[in-house]
Write a protein that binds this ligand. Structure first.
Ligand code: NG1
Ligand code: ZN
Length: 533
């Protein structure tokens, strides 16, 4: 039986604003922090029910709006292995968030319990965290009311990064089991990653200090803590670490700023020297962008595709040296936003798959390889090792010293990499590992391939829901006739490629274009945008 009395008393304290329609999208619920109170309360109850449904396994809840402006906030649920919430429950969440009154909400809960066959007598456990946004504390309080209403046991992980929350979920649920992921605390996370990193870079080219633009977000605290665990293996220098300055979060800094403007954050200018590399995190530290200044002080960006190419190449080599290339197939997953040059570079070396935008699509596709490397161009990504591969790596008997060394590196990589979700701090240690092994500078890494000039534009349209795509979002099926017009335009540009898709996180349609020269990429993007408008 649902605790109707408790739910209804507490629900009255968190009424749904009548004029808003919420949607659990690719990034969970995300909108202005000031209108999310009722959503957070309800998510508390949904998380409790999801845990009961999964026999009391711990569910994660992260309160963040990532790279979005400071007044925004959001919330998403994390399933027991640290992965994104199952799709069917996204729809349940949307439905429950939009119930107009307390009575409607309770009726919808009743239906869900029946339809999803939830045994209410099961225990429920939830671990939750938030980023540094000012609206965070009151939203967490509303969420805790939801946990109280359904009688769920909550564990507050405080202010931490999205990937650390995902790590905690997996660590809690595997505790004491064969596949134990790590100690279920922040300290467990820092110890696990830093230990693996120090082993991987021992005896390699010394790494120069690394400037990290923390977007004035929660990553700043995590980078500072991580520094304390790294010994003298690498010095991390946090920039944009003002987590309490109003308006500073993601403002003219951070991974999204770098990717969209293709510029150095102004706050770093002067402090990064020619030849030096640096990187930017986003507001919840799950995206990573690298860059460097060349000898002429020119800015060069090393995005998710460059990270993917660097990392995949390194792992392929290690697998080969370890003598495991017949058992372990390394593959890469990208989206249509991947730079055409990266796709070409990668496809000449290993299997590459293209999937629709959104981490869950990339993650699921990567699970089909023994080692699946996935990155979005915007810097969100990670590497997955299949359970069989972990087993192989643990038990394989090397027959030469070279094989043994490569095998050990692969084992340490499985510990360094956060396999639950993209993790900027884990990813940057991974990049630095590869650079140390290859003795690469930023420029040498950059020269793996030359990016095609590209342009991404947003178009505000009357109704973005009339845009439907196929072929991993690379082609439009509706509005009718539009794709043919795009094709005809693209043909007129040397190296031209362009596609149109509705955003899953904003009320816009996105147009992407690339071509051999920058002015042509820009022109193609704007002409396609003209067709859409
Ligand atoms: P939408 O708004 O659907 O394009 C954006 C990013 C995705 C992903 C999601 C979730 C681009 C072009 N799109 O999706 O890659 O990160 O946000 O945050 O960068
Ligand atoms: Zn993020």
């Amino acid at each position: 039986q649902l605790p109707v009395e408790a739910i209804s008393t507490l629900s009255e304290l968190h009424p749904k604003p009548s004029h808003i329609r919420y949607q659990y999208g690719t990034a969970g619920f995300r909108t202005l922090g000031s209108v999310l109170d009722s959503v957070l309360f309800r998510v508390g109850i949904i998380a409790g029910l999801r845990s009961k449904k999964l026999d009391g396994k711990t569910i994660g809840v992260m309160v963040t709006a990532s790279h979005n402006p400071e007044p925004d906030n959001g919330v998403k649920l994390v399933d027991p292995r640290g992965e994104m919430l199952e799709a069917a429950w996204e729809a349940h969440a949307t439905n429950l968030a939009n119930a107009a009154t307390t009575e409607d909400f309770i009726n919808a809960l009743d239906t869900l319990v029946r339809v999803a066959k939830i045994d209410l007598s099961k225990p429920s456990r939830v671990v939750y965290a938030r980023d540094t946004r000012p609206s965070g504390p009151s939203l967490v309080a509303a969420f805790e009311d939801g946990l109280k209403a359904i009688g769920a046991e909550g564990r507050n992980a405080g202010v931490t990064t999205t990937p650390i929350l995902h790590y905690l979920v997996r660590a809690i649920n595997t505790k004491g089991k064969k596949d134990e992921y790590g100690v279920d605390s922040e300290e467990g996370y820092f110890t696990k990653l830093s230990g693996a990193f120090q082993k991987l870079v021992a005896g390699k080219t010394a790494l120069p200090p690394l400037i990290i633009d923390c977007a004035n977000g929660v990553g700043a605290e995590a980078v500072q803590k991580m520094s304390g665990y790294l010994g003298d293996s690498i010095k991390l220098i946090p920039y944009n670490a003002s987590t309490t300055t109003p308006g500073a979060l993601n403002n003219a800094c951070g991974a999204d700023f770098v990717k969209t403007t293709q510029k150095l954050p102004p706050s770093l200018a002067g402090d990064i020297k020619p030849g030096q590399r640096a990187c930017s995190l986003d507001g919840d530290a799950d995206r990573l962008m690298y860059y460097y200044l060349d000898d002429q002080n020119q800015f060069h960006m090393l995005d998710g595709d460059k990270i993917s190419s660097l990392v995949a190449g390194f792992i392929v080599d290690l697998v080969k040296i370890a003598g495991l290339d017949r058992t372990i197939r390394v593959g890469v997953v990208q989206t249509a936003y991947a730079n055409g040059s990266s796709t070409k570079y990668l496809a000449e070396r290993l299997p590459v798959r293209c999937v629709p935008t959104g981490v869950k699509h990339l993650h699921h596709a990567a699970e089909h390889f023994e080692v699946g490397v996935y990155f979005e161009a915007n810097g969100h990504g990670t590497v997955l090792f299949s359970p069989e591969t972990l087993q192989t790596l643990a038990t394989h008997e090397p027959s030469t010293p070279a094989q043994s060394t490569a095998l050990n590196h692969l084992r340490n990589l499985t510990l360094l990499i956060n396999q639950t979700v993209g993790d900027a701090i884990s990813d940057l240690l991974l990049v630095e590992t590869v650079l140390a092994h290859k003795s690469y500078s930023g420029a040498e890494w950059d020269s793996l391939y030359v990016d095609l000039p590209n342009r991404l534009v947003k178009v505000v349209v009357a109704d973005r829901h009339v845009f439907h795509t196929e072929d991993a979002e690379r082609r439009l099926v509706s509005p009718k006739g539009l794709q043919a017009k795009i094709d005809a335009l693209v043909k007129r540009y040397d190296g031209g490629r362009s596609f149109v898709r509705p955003s899953g996180t904003e009320d816009v349609v996105r147009v992407y274009a690339e071509a051999m020269i920058k002015s042509q990429a820009d022109e193609l993007a704007f002409r396609v945008a003209g067709l859409v408008y």
